[in-house]
Design a protein. Sequence first.
Length: 266
Amino acid sequence: MTQVIHSTAVVSEQAEIGTDVEIGPYCVIDKHVKVGNGCKLISHVVISGHTTLGSDNRIFPFASIGHEPQDLKYHGEPSEVVIGSGNTIRENVTINPGTEGGGMLTLIGDDNMLMAYSHVAHDCLLGSGIVMANGATLAGHVKVDDGAIIGGMSAIHQFLRIGRYSMIGGMSGVVKDIPPFCLTAGGYRPGLAGLNLVGLRRRGFSNDRIKVLKEIYRILLQGSGKLGERMNEAESIAGDDADAMHLVEFVRTAERGMTTHRRDAS
């Protein structure tokens, strides 16, 4: 099989379509779009703008990718959406391209699951292995690191960072950075509820590695006192542990505030 394009699909002659691609009924593919090998567009998928898809992506009905961003500062510049390989993009997902104010690029890595009605706004940078549950919404300029899980109906404020292997509970309104490896209780202006222990163990973190992260969490995200002194203490405990130092550096480089431990969390 090379290409299977349904007779009702509208595919520009200038679009670049790879091998083993299936384009289902009523899909629309514009002229600057590149679709990689093995992609499957089930039906009613619309891909516009300067959009590039890697290989083996599955895109479900009524997804809209690459249309102009919902940003009043956008004036038609040829910004891009670049999507990696092995992603699942479910029904009614919307993904917008970048803007001049954000590097002209919205980037999505590999093996992500974007569930129905989720939204990736302009200039967002997503890693790999991420899950965005139904209705999860990223505002512009959000960075989501590998393996993060964003609960359903959650909204992430612009310019925030979501750390790797973190998990955000459903119905959350996130207005500060979420540190890596952490679990965020759901709800309006949520706080942390400890480490994402289930997620870390599923990813092979040993008890010793988790113990060090717990101590860093206690010092930086649950403790009190001058941050500089707590940073020094956390660094001394982290030593050459790469994950622990990543958590320390994430907190150190926060520019829009850090979500910390919720006092009533167990």
